[in-house]
Design a protein. Sequence first.
Length: 435
Amino acid sequence: KEAKKSAAERGHAFSPPITTTEKSQEEENSIPIPSPQLKPYVPQIPFPQRLRKNKVDGQFAKFLEMFRKLHINIPFAEALEQMPSYAKFMKDILSKKRKFGEHEKIQLTEECSAILQRKLPPKQKDRGSFKIPCTIGNNFFERALCDLGSSINLLPLSVAKKIGIGEIKPTTVSLQMADRSITYPDGIIEDVLVKVDTLIFPADFLVLDMEEDHDTQLILGRPFLITSRTLIDVEEGLLTLRVGNEKATFKVFEAIKFPREAEDCFRMELVDEIASDTFEKENPRHPLESTLVHAATSQDDNPMVAEYALYLDASQPYHPTRRNQFEPLGVAPPTAAPSVIAAPTLTLKPLLTHLRYTYLGTSETLPVIIAANLSETEEEKVLRVLRKYKTAIGWTIGDIKGISPSMCMHRILMEEEHKPSVEHQRRLNPNMKEV
C-alpha cells in the first residue's frame, strides 16, 4: 500500500511484481522464434579489376581464333549485327589498339630494306664547283671557279678595271642571290677570250661591284662550260674541255695547279745590310770603338784609331789583386745502403729472461726484441705489423731518414758569432696580474 501511495504521488502507474508462477505460465504460452539462416562468409578477392583483363584477353583470343576461320558470304554490316559482343574487338583491331600477335609481318619500303640490309651503294664524291687556271688578256688567274650551279659568268668590277679587256655595256639583267636578295650588275662585257691551257673560248661576263676575293677572282658558269663542251667523268674524276680535236683535261678531285707559261725570276737584295755594317766599321762613333769592337791595330789609316791602338798595346794587362779562395769539397763518401736492401751483420747482446730476439728478414737478419711470453698467434700478429713498417726501424745509420733542411734553415742562416740569449720580460702580462 505504501508503494502504491508513493507511486500515485509521483504520477506513475504502479505495476505489481511478477511472481514465479506467472513467469512460468508466460513461457509456456510464448512461441519460439526461429533464428535466420546466414550464408557462410566468402572473402572478396583483392584488386578484382586485374582479373577482368585476363577475362577480356581470353574473350579476345577466342574472338581472334573465330575471326581467322571466318569466311564472309553475307553483307559485312549484317555480320556485325550478328556479332554484337565482338564489335568492340573489331573496333580495337581497326584502330590498331590491339595487335594480332607477337610474330607479325610488317612490310617495309625499299629505302628501309636497303638501310637494314646494308645494300646502299657507296657515296661518291661530288664537286659541284671546282677551280681551274685560265688567262684573260695578259692576266693569269690561277683559281677561276667553275660552278655548275651558276647560270652566268661573273667578274668583279675591280678586276675588270684592272685588266681593261673591253667596254662595259649597260644591261637590264638582275641577279637573285642564294639569300633571295636582288642585285643589279654594272654591265656586261661581251666576247672575252678566255685561255685554258692551249684552248681559247669566248665568254660574256657580267660585271658586279663587289668585294674582290683573292682566292676566287672570277666565276665561270654554265654558259662557259657549254661553250667549252665540258665533259665531267665522275668515276675517274676528270674534267675535259674540248675545241675540235683538241682537249684539256684536269683532275677535279685533286688540287688543280697548272704551270705558268711565263717564267718568274725572284731576287733578294742584301746591299742595305752589308752597307750598314761597312759604314759602322769605316765611320765609328768613337775611335776606341774601332779598336775594341772591330779589332783595329796601330797600322790603321785613321791616325786617331792607330793612337788608341798604341795606348792599348802599351798598357799593362790587368791582374786582379784579390783572388777568391776555394776550399776543395772532395768526393762525397758513398752512402750506406738501407738494412732492408743489404742486411748488416749485428752482434746481439744477451737479454733479460722476459725478452727475446726474433727476426724480420731471412737467414736470421733484421733482429727485433719482443716479449718472451707471447704465443705463436700473438707473435705472428706483431711480426706482421713490424714487417709492414720495417723501413721505419733503424738498425744502422744508413736507415736514419734525416731531417729536412727546411726544418733547420733558421739555424743555418744564423751568423757565426750568434749566441742564444734570454730577453727578460720587464712588463707583466695583464692576464697574469689577475692571478
